[in-house]
Design a binder for this molecule. Structure first.
Ligand code: NAD
Length: 256
């Protein structure tokens, strides 16, 4: 993106944020790539190494072998990273300190918004979380560091200590429904916000990608910060095709 267009866009995004009263920040994998977690679809992303069709909820339930493959993929990807919040997460947390943030709606499972300082109750995790796993039979929860230690010690398929049930990560797999109460609240807030800001999402995963459409239908302004084009670019009031970790702190600085 040409520098003068970017500088102009930054100013306009800052002005919209200053005017706005209920801001939703909607994030995807792109907000965390600068923390060292690859996204799914960019070149070199997670789906260039693994076949998404294999990692479904139905497969996970079907066989011990499928569960072994799921856990191995997670061990070698999400559980192998030790990410810290990057300047984009910190800028979003700063919006909360400035009293601007209605909430963060995230497709991410990494917990980095909370780690950056956004209060737990203001983060809606549409696709669940990797911060814990739980037993599908008795519901017992296991903090992910415990599971990670078990995998590192040679356990291939974690089972529940209480009832030997299937232990599943707190993330939503393909083929699994989104948590209905989280989706309902995110939808309600998207329909009543006055500024919806997309950060690092390809906007191709549904139903999450419907939320900016609901916001637009309700008259909210739309800001998109993403490296690649999305299908809503033409409807954005401000479009910043740039790295979130560089652009967001600059937008917040311009507001201040
Ligand atoms: P995606 O992989 O489909 O798209 C990510 C988008 O972010 C791309 O359009 C890319 O151009 C953009 N991007 C990459 N780095 C960026 C940066 N530094 N600044 C700005 N934009 C950047 O991801 P998605 O739309 O979020 O959807 C896919 C699914 O991926 C979600 O379900 C999510 O749960 C899952 N996921 C989560 C994580 C995580 O928790 N960190 C990581 C990978 C995938």
């Amino acid at each position: 993106m040409p520098m003068d267009e970017l500088a102009e866009g930054l100013k306009r995004a800052a002005a919209l944020l200053v005017q706005a009263r209920r801001v939703i920040v909607f994030t995807g994998a792109g907000v965390s790539t600068e923390s060292g977690i690859p996204d799914f679809r960019s070149p070199g992303g997670i789906w260039s190494q693994y076949d998404p069709d294999e990692f479904t909820y139905q497969n996970f339930l079907c066989s011990r072998e499928a569960r072994r493959q799921h856990w191995r993929m997670l061990r070698d990807t999400f559980l192998a990273y030790q990410p810290d919040p990057n300047p984009a997460h910190l800028a979003i947390a700063r919006l909360e300190e400035m009293g601007k943030l209605d909430c963060v709606v995230t497709q991410n499972i990494d917990g980095l918004h909370q780690q950056a300082g956004v209060p737990e109750e203001k983060v809606f995790e549409l696709h669940g979380t990797m911060r814990y796993a739980y037993c599908l039979e008795c519901g017992r929860r296991y903090p992910m560091p415990e599971i990670k230690a078990a995998l590192a010690s040679g356990v291939e398929v974690p089972e529940c200590d209480t009832c030997q049930g299937i232990v599943k990560p707190g993330v939503i797999f393909f083929g699994e429904s989104l948590p209905p109460e989280v989706l309902a609240e995110a939808t309600r807030r998207s329909r009543t916000c006055d500024l919806f800001m997309v950060v690092g999402s390809s906007l191709v995963v549904y139903p999450a990608a419907s939320l900016p459409v609901y916001a637009l239908q309700s008259g909210a302004k739309l800001v998109i910060i993403n490296l690649a084009p999305t299908h809503l670019d033409a409807q954005a009031d401000v479009l910043l095709l740039a790295r979130a970790g560089e652009v967001l702190p600059a937008v917040v600085a311009a507001m201040e």
